[in-house]
Design a protein around this ligand. Sequence first.
Ligand SMILES: [Fe+2]
Ligand SMILES: [Fe+2]
Length: 219
Amino acid sequence: MATGPSLDSLVSAADRALRALFAPTQSGRPVPSPGRQPPREAQKADTHLTAEEKRESAALMRVNHAGEVAAQALYHAQALFARSPDVREFMLQAAREESDHLAWCEARLAELGSQPSVLKPLWYAGSFGIGALAAVMGDRISLGFVAETERQVEGHLRGHLERLPEGDVRSRTIVEAMRHDEAGHGQQAQSAGAAPLPGPVRELMRQTARVMTHTAYRI
Ligand SMILES: [Fe+2]
Ligand SMILES: [Fe+2]
């Protein structure tokens, strides 16, 4: 008979969820900074952005922050229901890198005088459910889900690099560093044995992401 996650791993998963939602985010890596410019200088550089540009940057960084909350939830759920220890460790390692992204977006939002999406718990809960569903279908499907998610996220971040104000070098540097990591996650999932996902599933993923990004842009 198949056994579910142990009590220990359930407790760890609950702990990770609470940290992702309520603990101050901590980055293992410093916020990527343009060139050698120290963060405080970069922050001052925001004075050259117009109010409208700052609003647009904040809205886009709020979408990215929501995406990173969702990424945390997906990886946490996929780690919880992974069958092999290797896949579980892969998911947890990726989640740790995503938590850097979360911290970077949060720091940038604060610099822009804005805040994360108020619907953060909803993004986490919804994504956790989706991640769990992908994971119970088996490790190869779960890895395929990672590869496809990261492919879509990378495309989405590329779109943001086009939409972010030209002068907002600081946000652009953060988004570019995230895009680099997401591509790495996708490639790692591929080489770990990702199964291709059916077209309708990929389309459903795109539509789900669209709801989240359009909502988080506003609130
Ligand atoms: Fe990320
Ligand atoms: Fe990622």
